[in-house]
Design a protein around this ligand. Sequence first.
Ligand SMILES: [Zn+2]
Length: 539
Amino acid sequence: MIPILEQVEKEIAETGVLSFPSRRKLWEAMGSLEPRERDFGTFRSLTEPLKKRAELALACAQKVSRIWCAFDSEDKRPQRLVKRTRAYLDGKISAEALNTESGVIDDFVDIADNKGDDSGPAAALAAWGALVVALEDESLLEPWCADAVDSDLDPYDWDTAKNAAMAWRDADSEGNPGKRAVREIKFWAWYLKEAAKLLGAENYRFPPKYIRAFQEKQSPTRPVPEEVTLESFAEYMGGSYQFHTYTEPRKCYDKTPGTYKVHLWFGGDHGVCPVCHKAADEVTSVFADCCLWEVPLPGGRALEVNRVMPNFRCPDHPEVQFIFPPSTELVSNYNSALKHYWKAPGRKQAFLEQLESRLPRMLNIQAMSVEYIARHWEELHLTNAGWTDRELEQFSFDVDQILPNLFLHNCTLEQYFRYHPDQVRWLEDGSIEVEFSRIWIQIWMDESGQPKRIMLTTRFSIWVEGKPSKNPFLPGLLAKLRGITLEQAKESLQTVRTSSGEYEIEPLSGLTRPEAIRFQSTLEAGGVVCRILPPLMEQ
Ligand SMILES: [Zn+2]
């Protein structure tokens, strides 16, 4: 066997993946790259080595063409790219004629950016990539990419084979990590066979026993729960059902359809640091992201699914931004998992019925201002609501009508208290005070420990214009207002949060309304340009 094939076969058998350095070696084995100046986008001649690499890329694009059809059967542009590239390689059209087709890439990238979780767009990118290889050869074969490894490559730079492998891996994977890994190894086994053919090893086959051995090591597939409920759906996705809302359609410029937004909770007391593989249990925040969006539902509405989960920090690798609980990794592709959950007849409709009939009466205190709640309390189904103290922007209401669906920043109270202990204080009268970004929330409980009544108080900040450390008046004014020493005041200017030319300083945040008014007038009289946030309500 050709040594390169043997080497690559071993890599695929062991890892299930064909790394970029190995792909590059296979291309190299097909012959040298015609020299060209860097960043010089001229076409290369149809040399034998280029033709081989173009045939290989085109085979990849063809293999995943069906995946694009399943994604968008109307849009035939990727298929057209494949046909035209074929015609060029067969000498039927000129390089210039083929090049006129390449403009579709901006659209393809747009689709990939918006539907990144779906495997269809990667198939379209593979079709475009094959065209580029035919005209210019593999761009990653240039001498300056000689030392690159997979992590150096931006997804925008991926070669045709990589895009095709990603499309193949995720399509029909049911979102199951094990199934996905097996699909990927099968793709690379196929790729190696195709490459071997072009290298003159016509009879090469990737040994099936390696695929079987790899398959046995993967996590087993999980059965789809029989009953269609929001809970069983959440469980299948790896989380638990938290709540869902409905947002009316927006008819402004982007014409958003009416959207059901489902929030799933992924709890846990640790995550695994991707660098050192140790358990990380220090929570930085509860994080929410969107794992499915603009999914069409029967009847014209859309579905959006959000994940809510604690984000952990590894003390040894604080540069790693996101470490989520292992439950968030149970599904490797949410689009594929959803398709599988819905697959059997009637399930999609049954899911829609769940969304419609179980829309909860709820309150999710998030980025809302006290003013918003004061204006909309009736629509929000709050009872016994009214101003406690207008001067302090303090508004109270009962919450027993909306229980158990009371959420703080997408969390239940229990979750919030558990993951944000530093923001929660137990007050002497038995109530609980939560310090939120722009609100204080005071919660009174009934005898059984259930929340009964809530009072919101606006938490003001003063934003200073211009860099605080450069402001000659600030330290003195801060020392006077806050009763701290000049050194402490100067020190506090190191902890600024900035927002487009304005700065928030710790001693000037978390203020009551009267404090904010008094502080602002003192600062302004002292020559500091500043404003109060949120803006004061008219009294
Ligand atoms: Zn670590």
